[in-house]
Design a protein around this ligand. Structure first.
Ligand code: NAP
Length: 279
């Protein structure tokens, strides 16, 4: 029987641990504070932003929210970020992506102080991760490492295959698995014979963005499968990049969608905010 990795339970566990740390910081007159900036009113972004606010409330983190109009200029946004960078009582700055087309996302990410880059997207955070230095780590891959550790799934010496090479999931995931001493292979859309490569994986991490793309032929017997994908099918039901029903009898452990990787992302955002306040 496969172990179903319960991201909801682990994320609550982490948030409860953080609650305690936030309380201790409050006793020292430090109020952990996250600033969330949303430009425009993209409905999906609004849901993400609200979930972040709810998590802050649960953990006891103060959340400041800036809801800016769609027509906000890049300079106005940069000005706000510069102001927040200088505020000592702000520990984390998060700009909800995607931004409207007239704003250059890279310029915005670069403007956030690396000391407040709780999303872990700033080039300095990415660089520190790749040379094994302490720094903020992108929340989704950091959450996956926590899931594996808290389920006592060792990464050391294991064949780990990451499918997807995005800057926010695939690449930092590969770096983190290297840090954990796994042997790491990264696949992408130009990988030849994908199923041959993925079948080597003791731990298979999938972040492709294509519903139920990974099937039985891609998975080795007894593999651990981590599904980052998040989609709504024709019946509005959530599903991942992995065909869960097809692989469930073959794997030793798997993350479900929903309730696997998803809840971990916000828990690790809360973790990064607390780390920032501790710095
Ligand atoms: P992305 O930026 O679109 O990257 C997708 C990656 O998959 C790319 O590297 C692409 O390769 C690769 N790919 C596409 N088709 C492929 C194929 N046929 N074979 C092998 N590789 C293929 O996506 P992302 O931001 O990493 O997100 C991936 C999924 O995770 C999405 O469903 C997203 O919604 C979900 N997600 C969930 C969370 C969460 O908190 N649960 C967080 C982030 C993302 P190329 O580089 O060659 O194009």
């Amino acid at each position: 029987m496969a172990t179903i990795i319960d991201g909801k339970k682990i994320s609550t566990e982490i948030k409860d641990e953080l609650k305690e740390q936030v309380k201790i910081l409050k006793e020292k007159n430090i109020e952990v504070c996250l600033c969330v900036i949303q430009v425009g009113a993209d409905p999906a972004s609004t849901i993400y932003v609200n979930n972040k606010k709810k998590a802050c409330e649960y953990v006891g983190i103060k959340s400041l929210s800036y809801e800016l109009g769609e027509d906000t200029s890049q300079d106005e946004l940069l000005e706000l970020i510069n102001k927040l960078n200088k505020q000592n009582d702000v520990h984390g700055i998060l700009v909800q992506l995607p931004l409207p087309k007239h704003i250059d996302e890279d310029k915005i990410i670069d403007a956030i102080s690396p000391n407040k880059d709780v999303d872990g997207f700033h080039p300095q955070s990415v660089g520190r991760l790749s040379i094994g230095k302490k720094g903020f780590v992108s929340c989704t891959p950091a959450g996956i490492v926590q899931l594996l550790k808290r389920y006592n799934i060792s990464m050391e010496g294991k064949e780990c295959v990451v499918v997807g090479r995005s800057n926010i999931v695939g690449k930092p995931m590969a770096m983190l698995m290297l840090r954990e001493n796994a042997t790491v292979t990264v696949c992408h859309s130009r990988t030849k014979n994908l199923s041959e490569v993925t079948r080597r994986a003791d731990i298979l991490i999938v972040a492709i963005g294509k519903p139920k793309f990974i099937t039985n032929e891609h998975v080795k017997e007894g593999a651990v499968v981590i599904d980052v994908g998040m989609h709504r099918n024709e019946n509005k039901k959530l599903c991942g990049d992995v065909d869960y029903d097809e692989v469930i009898d073959k794997v030793s452990a798997i993350t479900p969608v929903p309730g696997g990787v998803g809840p971990m992302t916000i828990a690790m955002l809360m973790y990064n905010c607390v780390e920032s306040a501790l710095m």
